[in-house]
Write a protein that binds this ligand. Sequence first.
Ligand code: NAP
Ligand code: FE
Length: 363
Amino acid sequence: MRFYMPTDVYEEENCVVNHGADLAKLGNHALIVTGSHSAERNGSLHDVTRALATHGIQWTHFNEVEENPSVETVMRARDLGLSRGCDFVIGVGGGSPMDAAKAIALMMRHGEADESYLFDAHAKTDPLPIVCIPTTCGTGSEVTAVSVLTRPALKKKSAIPHRIFANLALLDGKYLASAPRHVLANTTMDAFAHLAESYINTKATPYSRMCVAAGVREWARSKDVVLGKREATAEACVTMLRAACFGGMSIAQTGTSLPHGLSYAVTVHTRMAHGKACGFFLRNYLAEADPADRDAVLSLAGFADVDDFEAYYRATCGRDAVPDAVLALAVQDLMTNPAKMALAPFAVDETVLRRIAGIGEAG
Ligand code: NAP
Ligand code: FE
């Protein structure tokens, strides 16, 4: 049994500015990787540049990471970083910029390689130093070894085989204060999916379940905020960010399971947000699980049963109709990934996957 968490994690108010010296230890010229707008609006980008300036570190800003980042974006950022002489990477934003930062840090070490390097399971994993600063409360990418990329040419989204942990994660709840409710709803749903899929998982251990239990307890404290019944206070923002981080620590041990595996095709074909797409399959995944495991997760989260959870999903994320043809593609996609299927602690075949996907069920 192993519990491995190599990322140095700090969580506090003004975390980025307070830890400028830790940033400065990682290099002389940072490539800051963000999405198009949010990092400027929520203050995180300003904190990063202020911290770097204080310590005499140069930076170059790449702000073109789209949701569900593509390999093309990673390659463009790699080229920019190399042309400016950057020697470490700071991912600021949701899972998209943080996942992109990990892949960019790897490709910057291999300036001559093409994108196939990213998907080569036998290639060396030796990224430049990486810092992750989350501004959503879902992926936990700041503490996972995973980078999920979209390959538009193949119409596929998948985790790259390289395991890449950030060196440093800096968590400050204040960046969530400006997040609209749908971003909170979708990303907290992702965090819950991580926690539930890690608990109900063949690789679960008492150590990973310690993280899940702590994470679900934190997560449950903000349900009212996501439902719009209570304001997103500073304390609530910290709670949501921490729940997501604990979820990340949980899946760093076990991996995610069937709902995540099914979600990727739905996101690629319908553009459904990641967390909402994972939540889409969660009721039915929980329904298949061993009752003791299922009830442990649901009761910690304050849900009476799977239908109570589903009502929460509908109230927060909304349940969209997904064509059966797309759900069938999701099932086929997952059938090509036996390692992911093996993480479900019950027998899984196409019939079970179709049941979890809800094929044939209306809305
Ligand atoms: P995201 O795709 O990073 O961002 C979603 C949206 O939220 C973007 O429009 C972004 O705007 C905006 N946003 C970010 N922070 C904000 C803030 N503080 N206030 C207002 N808006 C904000 O969303 P995500 O759900 O965090 O990440 C999803 C990605 O992570 C997917 O690709 C998924 O596959 C991956 N993922 C990775 C792991 C892992 O272990 N590594 C786990 C689960 C999921 P801007 O574009 O302007 O920034
Ligand atoms: Fe996820």
